[in-house]
Design a protein around this ligand. Structure first.
Ligand code: PLP
Length: 341
């Protein structure tokens, strides 16, 4: 039995999800005629208390479209230095939007209102025009950390005072909301746009959403076409998204519990220097300097456990829908037998 903890994107559709996909009613979504895509978009808008939503093939496209709508070439985006939009989207902010980026040193990927305020350029012609603040919640490189809502409200005040838009990369937003127990619509209020991945912890095979007001989504729909992301009978995959929103949110708490147990198991290993506090479904740990992440991952692979390198001495493990209690028990047994000798 292979225990794959590389990412929460590796899950396969469940039987129930596959049945929902098979049963989907479809039409041409470029004509606005796919009833299942339309239902997914309406559902997403309602969950987050916004006017509209747009289905996209990936989270990267969702973020890049949002940035494109909010900025013009020569504008500047403020985000944390570890942000996915900056590090893992192929330089898309520069390539797609011609915008520059101001990177802040946040705490585990979370930035503060005060730092945002200090990094807004003066409105004088020497400077790039600061236009957008982009948060990430939960943070990927930050190891699944999430924002306190009070800080988001402070950031929003800074945005309002300085005429900036506020976007959140919510690839794992339901992981954050599981912990804070906040209603998605309350969370969404300060944001001009929200991106959400259906293909991470929620277990859909494909798909993300962008959510915002009608004007924003009208522009986003245009750029989705420009980026090549307008699809035809997409209802077959959108049905998986609807199923995921209906069935796979509540169970995220189980992923978080499993991640905390994994963190506890790792923290007693002689090879492990430090496990970052486990907030949601991501476990990041640092190794002692006599073993690199490449070597540690090789040893893990020999015992049928897969993880990913997050630096020379840093490893990331992610729990998900296809990681069972049986696998957790196996994980503990194999790890202890191999590393606690
Ligand atoms: C995975 C991820 C994305 C992008 O999702 P893709 O569907 O892989 O393009 C965006 N932001 C964060 C924080 C992510 O973890």
């Amino acid at each position: 039995m292979t225990i794959d903890l590389r990412s929460d994107t590796i899950t396969r559709p469940t039987q129930g999800m596959l049945e929902a996909m098979f049963a989907a009613k479809v039409g041409d979504d470029v004509f606005g005629e796919d009833p299942t895509v339309n239902a997914l978009e309406i559902k997403a808008a309602q969950i987050f208390g916004k006017e509209a939503a747009l289905y996209t093939p990936s989270g990267t496209m969702a973020n890049q479209i949002a940035i494109k709508v909010h900025t013009h070439a020569g504008d500047e985006v403020i985000c944390d230095q570890t942000a996915h939009i900056y590090n893992f989207e192929g330089g898309g902010i520069a390539l797609n939007s011609g915008a520059s980026v101001r990177l802040l040193k946040g705490d585990r990927g979370c930035i503060k209102a005060e730092e945002v305020a200090e990094n807004i350029n003066p409105t004088e012609f020497h400077y790039a025009r600061t236009k957008l603040v982009a948060l990430e919640n939960t943070t990927n490189k930050g190891g699944g950390a999430y924002y306190e809502f009070a800080e988001i409200e402070k950031i929003k005040e800074v945005c309002l005072k300085n005429n900036l838009k506020l976007h959140v990369d919510g690839a794992r937003i339901f992981n954050a909301l599981t912990e804070t127990e906040q209603n998605p619509a309350d969370f969404a209020k300060p944001f001009d746009s929200i991106s959400v991945c259906l293909s991470k912890g929620l277990g859909a095979p494909i798909g993300s959403l962008i959510i915002g007001d009608n004007d924003f989504i009208t522009d986003a729909r245009r750029f989705r076409k420009v980026f090549g992301g307008a699809m035809r009978q997409a209802g077959y995959i959108a049905a998986a998204g609807i199923y995921a929103l209906d069935n796979h949110i509540e169970r995220l708490a189980q992923d978080h519990l499993n991640a905390r147990i994994i963190g506890d198991i790792l923290s007693i290993l002689p090879q492990v220097k430090h496990v970052l506090p486990v907030h949601t479904n991501i476990v990041i740990f640092n190794l002692k300097d006599n073993i690199t992440s490449a070597e540690f991952l090789r040893k893990l692979k020999e015992i049928g456990i897969l993880g990913s390198s997050f630096g020379k001495y840093t490893v990331r493990l992610v729990t998900h829908l296809d990681f069972s209690t049986e696998m957790l028990n196996e994980f503990e047994k194999r790890i202890k037998a191999t590393f606690c000798k």
